[in-house]
Design a protein around this ligand. Structure first.
Ligand SMILES: *[C@@H]1O[C@H](CO)[C@@H](O)[C@H](O)[C@H]1NC(C)=O
Ligand SMILES: *[C@@H]1O[C@H](CO)[C@@H](O)[C@H](O)[C@H]1NC(C)=O
Ligand SMILES: *[C@@H]1O[C@H](CO)[C@@H](O)[C@H](O)[C@H]1NC(C)=O
Ligand SMILES: *[C@@H]1O[C@H](CO)[C@@H](O)[C@H](O)[C@H]1NC(C)=O
Ligand SMILES: *[C@@H]1O[C@H](CO)[C@@H](O)[C@H](O)[C@H]1NC(C)=O
Ligand SMILES: *[C@@H]1O[C@H](CO)[C@@H](O)[C@H](O)[C@H]1NC(C)=O
Ligand SMILES: *[C@@H]1O[C@H](CO)[C@@H](O)[C@H](O)[C@H]1NC(C)=O
Ligand SMILES: *[C@@H]1O[C@H](CO)[C@@H](O)[C@H](O)[C@H]1NC(C)=O
Ligand SMILES: *[C@@H]1O[C@H](CO)[C@@H](O)[C@H](O)[C@H]1NC(C)=O
Ligand SMILES: *[C@@H]1O[C@H](CO)[C@@H](O)[C@H](O)[C@H]1NC(C)=O
Ligand SMILES: *[C@@H]1O[C@H](CO)[C@@H](O)[C@H](O)[C@H]1NC(C)=O
Ligand SMILES: *[C@@H]1O[C@H](CO)[C@@H](O)[C@H](O)[C@H]1NC(C)=O
Length: 820
């Protein structure tokens, strides 16, 4: 609802604006007339009212000082903008206009149309003793120059400065001084003689003549009745704009006097004038302009500059038929506010991206107050950069250019500009990115590889942005024929990048080489791709041409010295040179051909120390049939019985394992044996060899270590030994592992023993106690009987043992009995 309402309101507004039309879009003018007349010396006043910013326009005629002496005032209460030209002169006769700010107003002597849709026009006559609107008495010439393009409309602006009807005539003389017809020209008093669609033949001299007779007729010679125009029709080239020094326009302070220069560097012969136009807001009392037509220069001085003097300052160069100008925006600053202002004058500012080997350029405008500044260019390494074949800094006023020639990856980074004035220092960063296609190289390359063996290759690539790397191995199973080919699998690719140089990548790949082929390392980034291709040959001998290492050779060994040459590069003519062996029966040479090599095998059985020496193998090259030789230095070692030189255990070491305290006891036994040939080590327990890999035992690769992972009981103890054996002898080292018997068994035995003993003791105790009790009872019984008997027979000599003992107590038998 609301939306519809507002839309409707907007449309209504638009419609009403349309109906209000013309008047609503341009200011109203006072006087509201099409033209008016004033007298020379009067003030020319035009006011405009409107609901926006208003601009005034007057005719732009050369050599006329109107643009210099006028002012515009705004009366806020009345809403009135008033243009005042004090002390008008006849040259001020012409078109005036006002319009809202932003509307383009074309208003010069060649203007024919005065469109009134958005502009309010008025024509002003300034009546004077001279008949013409233009003063024929120029400072320097009586002639006015008019240039116009072929096909355009030509105006001979011969206007009168009074609306009175007067006859005006025009004459045209060609370059050759022939008088031509001007019949086709039409005359508009407020514009002049007009001719549309002009051609080159319209060039020449025009004389405009009026029959006007002034009332001071006696002095009429002062006021010529004729104006002269030089007209050029053709392709007019706009001259180079006049020159100003932009540096003069910055760092301008309030309260100071400032001088601005403008000049032209054209041919001095040419009639030329340079002049300044200044915002009308600058009071003319504070301005001075000095023209120097000879020097083609104009100097403007602004006294006691104010902040409000800001605006567009234009210097115009008027050259016979054409003109051109340069405009600069001028600001005046508070002298108490210092600043350093860095702006990019072209390109995308401080970030520059260039292709490799081109020049990186930063164009910066450095504006400062105070005006004087220095720039220190600091490199990535924090060291100052001086101009050289590589770096160039140029400074002209605010314009600063920084160049890095022949930029490479190494130049990538952040540079600093330290800009200093008397009062401030500011750092500004310049960032350089260089785009570089990868540069790729296969490093650590060995051409000949053993078939079936994994080989690791490394490829290094640099580029910006950091490139990626891909590997390919194209193998040729029928090499040297390349008709059959296939891609082999590349495994284990690993990347390495540098922490310090971020544009380098290293890739390692492992390939099991089965056939000769081409290894390709390809590296790509957004800029492009590069490849490095390396041929890889397969050789089952030692490379291109070589002897396969027989390893350590010990007296008594039977060895093969295999000399092999790549079948790609050699003929099958390959042989060991053994010419004067005295013991021929121990040596034998056989030939062998594999898919990849021709081999000559020298077998030496029961090698003697005296066999040591240099052996030479020769092969004939396929290409040039040159013979190539390789030699092998055979060195035969003395045979030596094995010895165990291992400090950690000695022979018959006893190792005690306490399984109660260390349930998870483990033992590692070592046996480093030496000997020639290298002895074979075996591990035995109680004379029986141990299985190399079992749940309980682990034996190292070279058998020098035995690892017992756990012990189950005393049965795992015993005699462990290692036996080192070679062709020459055997040695054995024993290690006794004693397992402490399980403690619990002894305890039980002890406890049960103690128990049994205590049981026996207890039984004995019970037995004796019972026995004593029974004796007491008998005694009691006996005493009772005895007492009763005593009672019957008061005295009786007892012969009872007990009674005798009792009698020793010197008591009466009764007392003793009672006492019992
Ligand atoms: C007048 O001004 C309006 C609005 O700015 C614009 O659309 C129109 O083209 C102008 N007319 C002329 C003749 O410049
Ligand atoms: C500016 O120029 C005027 C006139 O030459 C002079 O009196 C005045 O001292 C100058 N002002 C400054 C700040 O130089
Ligand atoms: C800048 O520095 C100079 C010298 O130190 C000093 O005289 C001047 O007042 C300073 N200007 C400002 C705006 O701080
Ligand atoms: C600095 O430059 C920017 C862009 O030209 C401008 O907008 C700003 O006003 C300048 N500052 C000063 C202090 O001149
Ligand atoms: C070479 O052959 C072995 C066994 O045939 C195979 O596993 C391996 O992938 C092959 N290597 C290549 C590079 O094809
Ligand atoms: C490598 O980089 C290039 C270019 O950026 C891209 O086209 C290609 O797909 C990348 N290759 C791999 C394997 O990532
Ligand atoms: C040495 O070469 C002969 C003949 O080629 C071969 O029969 C023998 O097996 C080889 N011996 C060894 C240890 O390679
Ligand atoms: C061996 O032969 C191959 C194939 O013809 C050739 O590409 C290579 O360059 C040769 N190697 C040497 C060291 O001559
Ligand atoms: C091995 O080859 C060489 C060179 O071709 C030849 O001189 C020699 O007689 C051959 N030996 C045997 C046993 O075939
Ligand atoms: C060759 O013979 C000489 C002299 O008989 C002897 O000194 C030398 O050791 C022999 N060389 C070989 C490799 O047997
Ligand atoms: C091998 O052959 C080349 C060219 O055929 C020749 O220049 C060179 O001298 C020869 N080398 C030997 C050691 O004979
Ligand atoms: C260890 O002692 C036994 C006899 O106790 C002996 O036969 C053996 O040779 C000795 N081993 C070493 C390496 O001394």
């Amino acid at each position: 609802m609301e939306r519809i309402g507002s839309t409707w309101a907007l449309s209504a507004l638009a419609v009403s604006a349309l109906f209000l039309g013309i008047t609503a879009r341009k200011p109203t003018m006072i006087p509201a007339k099409a033209e008016f007349l004033i007298q020379e010396g009067d003030d020319l006043i035009i006011s405009c009212r409107g609901d926006g910013d208003i601009q005034f326009s007057f005719m732009d005629t050369p050599y006329h000082d109107l643009h210099w002496y006028y002012n515009i005032k705004f009366d806020e209460n009345a809403g009135l903008h008033t243009f005042t030209r004090p002390n008008a002169v006849s040259e001020d006769t012409g078109w005036y206009a006002c319009a809202y700010e932003g509307i383009e107003i074309k208003n010069d002597a060649q203007t024919i149309e005065h469109p009134d849709e958005n502009i309010t026009w008025i024509y002003v006559y300034v009546n004077s003793s001279s008949p013409f609107a233009q003063d024929a008495l120029y400072d320097h010439s009586l002639i006015q120059f008019i240039g116009q393009k072929t096909g355009g409309s030509l105006v001979i602006p011969c206007r009168l400065n009074s609306p009175k009807k007067q006859s005006v005539s025009l004459r045209h003389y060609s370059r050759l001084n022939m008088r031509l017809s001007t019949q086709s020209f039409q005359y508009e008093p407020k514009i002049g003689f007009i001719k549309h669609n002009v051609s080159d033949s319209m060039s020449g001299t025009y004389l405009c003549h009026t029959s006007h007779r002034h009332h001071y007729s006696e002095a009429s010679w002062h006021f010529p009745t004729m104006l002269t125009y030089e007209v050029l029709i053709g392709d007019l080239v706009e001259p180079m704009p006049p020159l100003i020094d932009k540096d003069e326009f910055r760092g301008l302070e309030w309260g100071q006097n400032h001088t601005f220069n403008c000049h032209s560097e054209d041919d001095v012969d040419e009639l030329l004038r340079v002049e300044w136009k200044v915002p009308y807001t600058v009071p003319r009392e504070r301005l001075r302009q000095i023209h120097n037509d000879e020097m083609q220069a104009a100097q403007l001085t602004l006294f006691n500059a104010q902040e409000s003097d800001r605006g567009d300052y234009t210097c115009t160069k008027i050259k016979r038929y054409v003109k051109s100008s340069v405009t600069i925006h001028v600001e005046f600053h508070d002298p108490d506010v210092t600043y350093i202002n860095v702006t990019a004058s072209s390109g995308n500012g401080s970030f520059v991206t260039v292709a490799e080997k081109t020049t990186a350029i930063w164009n910066l405008s450095i504006d400062t107050y105070p005006k004087a500044y220095t720039v220190k260019w600091i490199g990535k390494d924090k060291l100052p950069i001086a101009n050289s074949g590589k770096y160039l800094h140029t400074q002209s006023g605010t314009d600063n250019t920084f160049k890095i020639f022949h930029a490479t990856i190494a130049d990538i980074g952040v540079y600093t500009l330290r800009i200093s004035t008397l009062n401030d220092t500011k750092d500004h960063n310049l960032e350089l990115t260089v785009l570089a296609q990868p540069v790729v190289r296969i490093v650590n390359s060995v051409s000949y590889h053993t078939p079936g063996q994994p080989a690791t290759f490394s490829c290094s690539a640099t580029g910006s942005p950091l490139p990626n790397i891909t590997w390919k191995y194209l193998e040729y199973p029928d090499f040297p024929s390349k008709t059959v080919s296939k891609y082999a699998s590349v495994s284990e690719i690993r990347y390495e990048t540098s922490r310090f140089f971020s544009f380098h990548i290293l890739s390692h790949s492992t390939i099991r080489i089965n056939a000769t082929g081409d290894l390709t390392c390809r590296s790509c980034n957004v800029v492009g791709c590069s490849e490095a291709v390396e041929p890889i040959f397969v050789s089952d001998a030692n490379g291109y041409f070589g002897v396969m290492d027989p390893g350590t050779v010990v007296e008594g060994d039977t060895i093969n010295l295999t000399c092999g040459a790549s079948a790609y590069n050699f003929t099958n003519n390959i042989a060991w040179e053994v010419n004067n062996s005295t013991e021929h029966e121990r040596l034998s040479i056989t030939n062998r051909t594999t898919k990849f090599t021709y081999q000559s095998i020298l077998q030496i059985s029961d090698v003697k120390k005296s066999d040591s020496g240099e052996y030479v193998c020769r092969a004939v090259n396929k290409d040039n049939h040159n013979t190539t030789a390789v030699s092998y230095e055979l060195s035969v070692m003395d045979a030596r019985v094995p010895s165990i030189n291992d400090e950690s255990t000695t022979n018959n070491t006893e190792i005690e394992i306490d399984l109660i305290n260390d349930e998870h006891a483990k033992v590692r036994l070592t046996c480093f044996a030496d000997g020639m040939p290298n002895p074979e080590v075996t591990w035995l327990k109680d004379g029986k060899p141990l299985i190399k890999h079992s749940e309980q035992y682990a034996i190292s690769q070279n058998n020098s270590e035995l690892y017992i992972k756990y012990f189950r009981g005393s049965a795992d103890g015993g005699n462990y030994s290692c036996q080192a054996k070679n062709r020459v002898g055997t040695i054995e080292r024993y290690m006794n592992i004693i397992i402490t018997v399980e403690q619990s068994n002894y305890e039980i035995i002890w406890i049960s023993l103690v128990c049994v003993l205590s049981a026996i003791l207890a039984a004995l105790l019970i037995y004796t106690t019972l026995k004593v009790k029974r004796a007491k009872h008998l005694k009691k019984e006996f005493r009772r009987m005895a007492l009763s008997e005593l009672d019957q027979r008061p005295s009786e000599d007892s012969v009872n043992d007990e009674d005798e003992l009792i009698s020793n107590n010197q008591e009466s038998p009764r007392d003793r009995l009672i006492g019992m």
